[in-house]
Design a protein around this ligand. Structure first.
Ligand code: GUN
Length: 284
C-alpha cells in the first residue's frame, strides 16, 4: 500500500489555515516566518520558494532574506539577532547548507529557541532526546504523522534508520524511541548493512543516494519510508528503488508525494506553534 504524504499534507495544511484564521482575529497579527537563504544553491532556492508559497496559502506572512555567499558570520549573526528581537517574527529558518566559512552550529544556536521552527537549537534537541515537549525537526515529525495516519503503531517494532544526520536520522531515532520502537541507526560505515535492514519492521531511509535500497535490503511485509530527494537526469527519485521494493513492502512512501510534502506541512505547524506560544504570552 502506498503511503500518501501529499494527501495527508493537504489535510494538515487545511487544518493549519483554519486555525490560523481564528488566531489572527484574536491576536490581530499573522504568523510570520522568516527564511534566510544564502547563495544560489538551486535545490535550496526551490525549497525556499515552496516554503514561501505554503506560508502564503496558509494565511501567514512570509519573508525571505537573500544574501550572497560572501556574507560574513558577523553579518549573519546581526540578522539573526534582529529577528530574535522582532516581535512581528515568530519563526526563523536558516536554509542549509550554508557556506563553509560560517560556523553552522554556532549560528543555529543563536536563533531564539522559541522561534526555532527547524528544531535545530541545542535546547530543542536536548528536550526531544529527553522525551520532553520540543520544537521537532520537520521531516522526522512528518514521518511520525504518516505512521499515525495509517495506524502503524511503532510500539515494540524494530525501526532501522539508514542515515545519521542532525536533520533526519538522529531526531527520527529519538521520536521512534519515544514511540516505544527498538531503534537501530545504520550509516556509511555500517558493516553487513542488509543483515540489519532485513530485520526492520519499519525501515526509514535518509542516506541521500539515489535508489540505494532495493529488495535485498527489505524484509517482506516491512514499512518502508523514503526520505531521499535525488535528481537523476532531471527526474526526482528517492533513496529507495520503489519499483523493486513496492511488492515486498506492506507500506511504502513514493517520491515525490511521500515524505517531502509532509516536511512543509510540519514547518507550517511548527510556525503556528511558535506564533501561539509567543502571542499567547504577549496577550496574557
Ligand atoms: N536543508 C535541507 N533540509 C533542510 C531543513 O529541513 N531545514 C533547513 N533549514 N535546511 C534544510
Amino acid at each position: 500500500m502506498i503511503l500518501d504524504g501529499k494527501q495527508l499534507s493537504l489535510k494538515i495544511r487545511k487544518q493549519v489555515k483554519e486555525k490560523t484564521l481564528k488566531l489572527i482575529e484574536q491576536y490581530n497579527k499573522k504568523p510570520h516566518l522568516v527564511v534566510i537563504l544564502i547563495g544560489e544553491n538551486p535545490a535550496s532556492q526551490s525549497y525556499v520558494r515552496s516554503k514561501e508559497r505554503a506560508c502564503i496559502k496558509a494565511g501567514f506572512e512570509s519573508t525571505i532574506i537573500k544574501k550572497d555567499v560572501d556574507i560574513t558570520e558577523s553579518e549573519l549573526i546581526d540578522i539573526i539577532e534582529n529577528l530574535n528581537n522582532d516581535d512581528n517574527v515568530h519563526g526563523i529558518l536558516l536554509q542549509l547548507p550554508i557556506p563553509k566559512h560560517i560556523d553552522e552550529d554556532k549560528v543555529l544556536n543563536l536563533i531564539n529557541p522559541s522561534k526555532d521552527v527547524d528544531g535545530f537549537h541545542n535546547i530543542n534537541i536536548a528536550k526531544l532526546n529527553k522525551g520532553q515537549e520540543a520544537l521537532v525537526p520537520c521531516t522526522p515529525l512528518g514521518i511520525t504523522k504518516i505512521l499515525e495516519e495509517y495506524s502503524i503503531d511503532p510500539t515494540g517494532k524494530h525501526c532501522v534508520i539508514i542515515g545519521r544526520s542532525q536533520i533526519v536520522g538522529k531526531p527520527m531515532a529519538a521520536l521512534m524511541l519515544k514511540r516505544n520502537s527498538t531503534v537501530t541507526i545504520c550509516h556509511s560505515k555500517t558493516r553487513d548493512i542488509r543483515d540489519i535492514t532485513k530485520q526492520a519492521d519499519i525501515l526509514i531511509v535518509a542516506i541521500g543516494r539515489a535508489h540505494m535500497v532495493d529488495e535485498t535490503f527489505v524484509k517482506p511485509g516491512a514499512v518502508v519510508i523514503d526520505v531521499g530527494i535525488n535528481r537523476v537526469d532531471g527526474v526526482l527519485v528517492g533513496d529507495v528503488d520503489f519499483d523493486k521494493v513496492k511488492d515486498i513492502a506492506e507500506y511504502i512512501t513514493p517520491v515525490p508525494g511521500g515524505v517531502g510534502p509532509m516536511t512543509i506541512a510540519c514547518l507550517l505547524e511548527n510556525t503556528l506553534t511558535c506564533y501561539e506560544a509567543i502571542e499567547g504570552k504577549n496577550n496574557d
